[in-house]
Design a protein around this ligand. Structure first.
Ligand code: KIV
Length: 256
């Protein structure tokens, strides 16, 4: 709860830094710089090469979360509830408790289908911190599009965000929402908004780590690539392959 309070207190003070992690090694770096580390169900696409996030199950999420947990020291640790694990409030409560018990995570994230506010209410009543998620919600939307581009959709999203806040969420991810709408939502809420493809007018930012280090090969407009890890790994493996073929590895230095 102390960490949740800290995130809440950051609104209008300092931008909240968030990234995804699926593993121990990446978390050991992220934990030094991030306020929130999310085990996102994006691991379905990013790690397992699936075409969407629909088939990833809770036990796969759990395995990655257990790996992440080992290197969480200071950040808030959140796990995505995957599709189908929060069909009803009872199912959501059971699955959230399971993830919290096994991993010690600080809360869960659930995507909004514009109706599941009762689920957030039920979880927060049970003292489970919930992060909401609106706009482009991959578990429920088939087609990618930018949300909040017209007045009608803008109003709908502002209402949806307010309902999520009123249901008790401690923050809300705004995914691929227009600048004007993201700005209005952020202004209207007391809880922090965390943007992904939703402009600088959010209280914080989240991206998929594999995208910003150039490992996933996914580079939509809203992603900034800070490194080309793919290129670096390619170089290393090419050199290793050459060394093995030419008997240069292992050398005496690597031999007992
Ligand atoms: O699954 C995920 O990684 C996410 C973030 C990108 C917000 O939901």
């Amino acid at each position: 709860m102390k960490k949740i309070k800290k995130i809440l207190s950051m609104k209008n003070k300092r931008k909240i830094v968030c990234l995804t992690s699926y593993s121990y090694n990446i978390t050991s770096i992220l934990d030094k710089y991030c306020d929130i580390v999310l085990v996102g169900d994006s691991l379905a696409n990013v790690l397992y090469g699936m075409s969407n996030t629909h088939k990833i199950n809770i036990n796969t999420m759990l395995q990655h979360a257990l790996s992440v947990k080992k290197k969480i020291r200071r950040s808030l640790f959140i796990i995505d509830l995957p599709k189908g694990t929060y069909k009803t409030a009872n199912i959501a409560l059971k699955n959230s408790k399971y993830l919290i018990k096994k991993t010690g995570c600080h809360g869960v994230k659930i995507e909004s289908n514009s109706k599941n506010y009762n689920i957030i209410k039920r979880l927060t009543k049970a003292k489970i911190p919930v992060m909401g998620h609106i706009g482009y919600t991959p578990q429920f939307k088939k087609k990618f599009k930018i949300h909040g581009m017209n007045e009608k959709n803008r109003k709908k999203l502002i209402i949806e965000a307010k309902k999520i806040e009123n249901a008790g969420a401690f923050s809300i991810v705004l995914e691929c929402i227009s600048k004007k709408t993201a700005k209005s939502i952020t202004k209207n809420l007391k809880i922090p908004t965390i943007g992904i493809g939703s402009s600088v007018f959010c209280d914080g930012q989240i991206l998929v780590t594999d995208d910003i280090i150039g490992l996933s090969g996914f580079k939509p407009k809203f992603v900034k690539k800070y490194l080309d890890v793919h290129k670096l790994i390619n170089l290393a493996i090419k050199k290793y392959s050459k060394d093995v073929k030419e008997n240069k590895f292992p050398s005496t230095k690597n031999t007992f």
